[in-house]
Ligand binder design. Structure first.
Ligand code: TMP
Ligand code: ZN
Length: 418
């Protein structure tokens, strides 16, 4: 295991909170050392040393941001990427509805420009384009940006920054709407990002982000969503604090069901009228004691219990002679597998519909990834659902397997057969 990180150039450690700059953070959970959750391996790499990084989770009691201090370089994590938004119907439908809602709510017209940060394969922008709105994507992963471009979605292959924002303003003007879905948690330099947003947004423009919500993470023990790409686990309060520093106001919020429970936040320049939804969630967070370390020590105990329950449950099934495979070679699956030390003695292989992942091996635990057509061919007794955020979609898709007697196991918050 490679852990001489001080000399590494692809790794840094923050000195304080990335939102409010407070220097006193409390570490409440250690999930690592772990390899980056999406660095899946070719067969010939299995014998080489993998790089493991700390996966320690901290609370900032000042602004209630839960976060990693240890930051793996974004170039290492994102230049060549494996996650495609369009692989899940749930997300395609979700983003289609988001585009329709935004166009209606903010009366967008053909002259307006919508810019998506971390636009991935262009799934969200396709929805806007379909409605006749001008779009532009910004996506740092070269291979993924190429997929979007091939589908006709204009995409800048770069990390979003003030420099990129200024260039866009020169060539295309300001954006009426900027979106960032499941990207805000990936960004270490939030200040730089908001400066870039400030440069790019029209004076009455709207910035919309979707992030997994800390309240859902805690209440459903979704510790597997913690990995190096996810640097921040946002409370609403931490976001309000952040935007205030840039003269921006979070004026509306909606809880949405994607990725285990997320929030969609609407932001614009001050002064704006703040909707009651914001006050309600802030008061819920106060009731739930999100700024107090005891809340997180309790969570850490639940995480440890989950590991014991899940591993003994799977071992028992295996001892009884059952065949088990995994479903979804997900990033969160890799946190779960590495933290619980679940390897090929439990899971024969994992199926995944992403072409990039098939034929490769999961980081750390080295479980082979196969095409989903193996499921009905092999008929394993159980399938561990690592992509639990798509439970409904996958149960529907795999009806045949279930009719033939196959069973799914949802791993969290405690193992359950469905
Ligand atoms: P995510 O949980 O990070 O969104 O990743 C989902 C992974 O699960 C991605 O690799 C695609 C895979 N997947 C399948 O293999 N089959 C499916 O039906 C769905 C919805 C996802
Ligand atoms: Zn803070």
């Amino acid at each position: 295991m490679e852990l001489h990180l001080n000399s590494r150039t692809d790794f840094t450690r923050n000195k304080g909170c990335r939102v409010c700059k407070n220097r006193t953070l409390y570490k409440f959970l250690k999930l690592g050392p772990t390899p980056p959750a999406n660095s899946i391996l070719k067969q010939e790499q299995l014998l080489l040393k993998e790089t493991f990084y700390p996966l320690d989770i901290y609370l900032c009691p000042e602004c209630s941001l839960v976060q990693l201090k240890d930051v793996v370089s974004p170039k290492t994590l994102f230049t060549d990427y494996v996650y495609l938004t369009g692989m899940a119907m749930t997300m395609k439908q979700h983003f289609h509805l988001l585009a329709v809602e935004v166009v209606n709510d903010f009366n967008l017209s053909k002259d307006d420009l919508v810019i998506d940060i971390g636009s991935n394969d262009g799934t969200l922008l396709k929805g806007f384009r379909h409605l006749g709105i001008k779009t532009l994507g910004i996506e740092p992963s070269t291979n993924i940006a190429l997929i979007a471009k091939r589908e006709g979605i204009e995409t800048i292959n770069d990390f979003f920054s003030v420099g990129v924002a200024k260039k866009i303003v020169q060539s295309k003007g300001h954006a009426q709407v900027i979106t960032g879905t499941n990207v805000f948690a990936h960004i270490n330099d939030l200040d730089g990002t908001l400066q870039a947003v400030d440069n790019l947004l029209t004076s009455d423009g709207i910035f919309i982000i979707e992030v997994p919500y800390l309240v859902d993470l805690l209440s459903k023990t979704e510790f597997d969503t913690m990995y190096h790409e996810h640097l921040s686990y946002f409370s609403l309060r931490s976001l309000v604090t952040l935007f205030k520093r840039f003269n921006l106001e979070l004026f509306d919020v909606k809880r949405i069901p994607v990725h285990g429970g997320s929030i969609r936040c609407y932001v614009r320049r001050v002064p704006s009228e703040i909707k009651s939804s914001v006050h309600q969630l802030l008061s819920l967070e106060k009731d739930l004691k999100l700024g107090i370390v005891d809340t997180y020590l309790e969570f850490a105990t639940k995480v440890k219990n989950t590991r014991i329950q899940l591993t003994s449950f799977l071992k028992r099934l295996k001892e009884e002679g059952n065949g088990i495979i995994g479903y979804g070679a997900t990033a969160k699956g890799n946190t779960l597998l590495n933290y619980c030390k679940i390897g090929t003695e439990i899971l024969d292989y994992i199926i995944d519909n992403t072409p990039f992942k098939q034929g490769l091996y999961t980081p750390g635990m080295h479980i082979p990834i196969m095409h989903p057509n193996r499921l009905v061919k092999d008929m394993p007794d159980y399938v561990l659902l690592l992509a639990w955020n798509y439970l409904d979609e996958i149960l529907e898709k795999e009806q045949k397997y279930r009719e033939l007697g196959g069973k799914f196991i949802v791993p969290l918050p405690e193992p359950k057969i469905v």
